[in-house]
Design a protein around this ligand. Structure first.
Ligand SMILES: [Zn+2]
Length: 265
């Protein structure tokens, strides 16, 4: 699943081809959740893309007139790309937004967990999300205070989008490894110094992943270069780069989890 660095990378790549363009038509091959295809077809054409951003794992399109916002969640396998007017139709292009220059913004989604929302109040979808980990208000104090209040196991907690937004399975494993924290511990069992290390490692790993264009995990997201820099994720049985111990792979609340039993306590 695309996480913060992958979604942010997609947004940065799409921005030049999308901002300033007006949507002239919408084709939906498969009706995603909300709104209905009819609502999307009647409300979206004629609106200009005034800005393109990201909140958590959502792609956010600011529109003019501004009484609606288009939100796209890529789900497990969603891809967004801009295709020229003469391009072949994509195999899995389920939703196609035709632009005023003839190009098409394609949302393809083989596994169909992705969603498109056209909403009057963006907070109805985004309002419950926790802080952005690279923003100024994700501070050490905030993390220390909020971990101390939670009994949940640390890894699933930091993947919970209402707690911190943007982390998924890959970067949760990587951040906990860099912080030296065992993913199976309870959040309120972390000492303030460990919470501080986790704060630093979350920012560090996300910043590095952004720099390297995110992680390529399968055909869904082809252009990342971060996979070569991952220290535990996908390396079960391989040697820890720090101490040489074999990286363990266990299932933790239905998610594969990778850690070094020596470096992570
Ligand atoms: Zn180790």
């Amino acid at each position: 699943m695309p996480e913060l660095p992958e979604v942010e990378t997609i947004v940065r790549r799409l921005r030049p081809g999308l901002v300033g363009r007006t949507v002239t038509a919408v084709h939906m091959g498969w009706p995603q959740h909300s709104p209905t295809p009819d609502e999307l077809k009647s409300l979206l054409p004629g609106r200009k893309v005034a800005g393109l951003g990201r909140r958590a794992k959502y792609v956010v399109l600011d529109l003019e007139p501004s009484d609606r916002t288009l939100l796209i969640h890529l789900g497990m396998s969603g891809r967004l790309s801009i295709a020229p007017p003469d391009a072949e139709p994509g195999v899995h292009a389920h939703t196609v937004f035709v632009l005023d220059n003839g190009h098409r913004l394609r949302f393809s989604d083989a596994r169909k967990f992705g969603r498109v929302y056209l909403v009057a109040d963006r907070e109805a979808v985004l309002g419950e999300l926790g802080p952005e980990p690279l923003s100024a208000w994700f501070t050490v104090d905030w993390l220390v205070t909020h971990l101390a209040r939670r009994r949940r196991v640390i890894k699933p907690l930091i993947m919970e989008q209402r707690f911190i937004s943007g982390l998924g399975n890959i970067y949760a494993d990587e951040a906990l490894h860099r912080a030296g924290v065992d993913p199976r511990r309870r959040a309120n069992g972390l000492a303030p110094s460990e919470a501080g290390a986790l704060h630093r490692s979350i920012r560090e790993v996300l910043t590095e992943a952004l720099e390297y264009g995110g992680t390529t995990f399968d055909w869904v997201y082809p252009d990342g270069r971060m996979q070569a820099r991952l220290r535990v994720y996908g390396r079960g049985g391989d040697s820890c780069m720090t101490c040489g111990t074999a990286i363990e792979r266990v299932m933790l609340q239905q998610r594969s989890t990778h850690f070094c039993p020596t470096c992570q306590r």
